[in-house]
Design a protein around this ligand. Structure first.
Ligand code: DGL
Length: 251
C-alpha cells in the first residue's frame, strides 16, 4: 500500500456515486475503485447482521485490490458496520457517512426530518446521533424511514408523489429542514424540494469527502499522481452509465 494506491468506495448500487462525486471534487489527484453491490441491494431492507457480513466482504475485496482507504458510501452500511470495519482493519482509514443533521441545525433549522432506509432508522448508531445532535442544538431531529425508495431511485422512478405522501405524515411537526440519511436520496433532491415546498435539504457527502482528505493528509497518504475511477463488478456498465448521466452532482 502506497500513497498512489486507490481509495476503495462501496454502496449497494448508484447511491454512493453521490459521495464519489464529492470525493472526486475534494481529491482530484486520487484513484478510486467504486463497487456498486447490486447483487445484495437493497441494503436498507436487510438485517444488521447481514449488512455487517456484506460490508466485511466488500471491504476485504477492495483491500485485496490494493485500496489504501475505505469509504463506506452508504448510510445503512455505516450505521450497521463502520465500528466493526475499523476493528477488523485497524491499519486502514475507514470513512463512513453520517446524515447531515449538524449542518442543518447550524444553518438555523429547528425541526429536521432525517430521511433514511428502514434498516438505518432502526440502528442504535443512527438514533443516538439524532438524540445527541437534538440535545446539543436544542432542536428536534426526527428519523423518517423511506421503504422502497432506494430501489425507485436505482430505477429512476422516484417521483414527487412518494415524498408528498411521506411528508403528509410529518406535517404536524412543521419541519424546516431535511437531512439526507441515505446516499441514494441525493439523486431525488428535486422531487424532495418539489414535494416539501422548498424546505432546505442537507447532505453528508461533502463532509465525508473532507474527512477522507484529512485522514489521508494526517497519514501522508495523499496521492500525487493523476486521478481516475474504476468501476468494479459493473459487467453490464449500469453504474458507469448512471455516473456519466447523473453522477456529477451540482444542485
Ligand atoms: N445507499 C444506501 C444508504 O445510504 C443503501 C440503500 C439501499 O440499498 O437500501 O443507505
Amino acid at each position: 500500500m502506497s500513497p498512489d494506491s486507490p481509495i476503495g468506495v462501496f454502496d449497494s448500487g448508484v447511491g454512493g456515486l453521490s459521495v464519489l462525486s464529492a470525493l472526486v471534487r475534494e481529491l482530484p489527484g486520487e484513484r478510486f475503485l467504486y463497487f456498486g453491490d447490486r447483487a445484495n441491494a437493497p441494503y436498507g431492507e436487510k438485517t444488521h447482521e447481514r449488512i455487517a457480513e456484506i460490508s466485511l466482504a466488500n471491504s476485504e475485496m477492495l483491500l485485496s485490490l490494493g485500496a489504501k482507504a475505505l469509504v463506506v458510501a452508504c448510510n445503512t452500511a455505516t450505521a450497521a458496520s463502520v465500528e466493526l470495519l475499523r476493528e477488523r482493519f485497524p491499519d486502514v482509514p475507514v470513512i463512513g457517512i453520517e446524515p447531515a443533521v449538524k449542518p442543518a441545525f447550524e444553518a438555523g433549522c429547528r425541526t429536521v426530518l432525517v430521511l433514511a432506509t428502514p434498516r438505518t432508522t432502526s440502528e442504535e448508531r443512527f438514533t443516538s446521533l439524532l438524540e445527541r445532535r437534538s440535545r446539543e442544538y436544542g432542536g428536534k431531529a426526527v428519523g423518517v424511514p423511506c421503504p422502497g425508495l432506494s430501489e425507485l431511485i436505482e430505477e429512476d422512478r422516484a417521483d414527487a408523489g412518494y415524498f408528498e405522501k411521506l411528508f403528509a405524515g410529518y406535517a404536524d411537526l412543521s419541519p424546516d429542514g431535511i437531512a439526507l440519511g441515505c446516499t441514494h436520496y441525493r439523486f431525488a433532491v428535486k422531487q424532495i424540494r418539489q414535494a416539501s415546498g422548498g424546505i432546505p435539504v442537507f447532505d453528508g457527502a461533502e463532509g465525508t469527502a473532507r474527512r477522507c482528505r484529512r485522514l489521508l493528509e494526517e497519514r501522508k497518504m495523499l496521492s500525487v499522481s493523476g486521478g481516475g475511477i474504476e468501476f468494479i463488478g459493473d459487467a453490464d456498465g449500469r453504474i458507469l452509465r448512471f455516473w456519466e448521466k447523473k453522477g456529477k452532482i451540482n444542485d
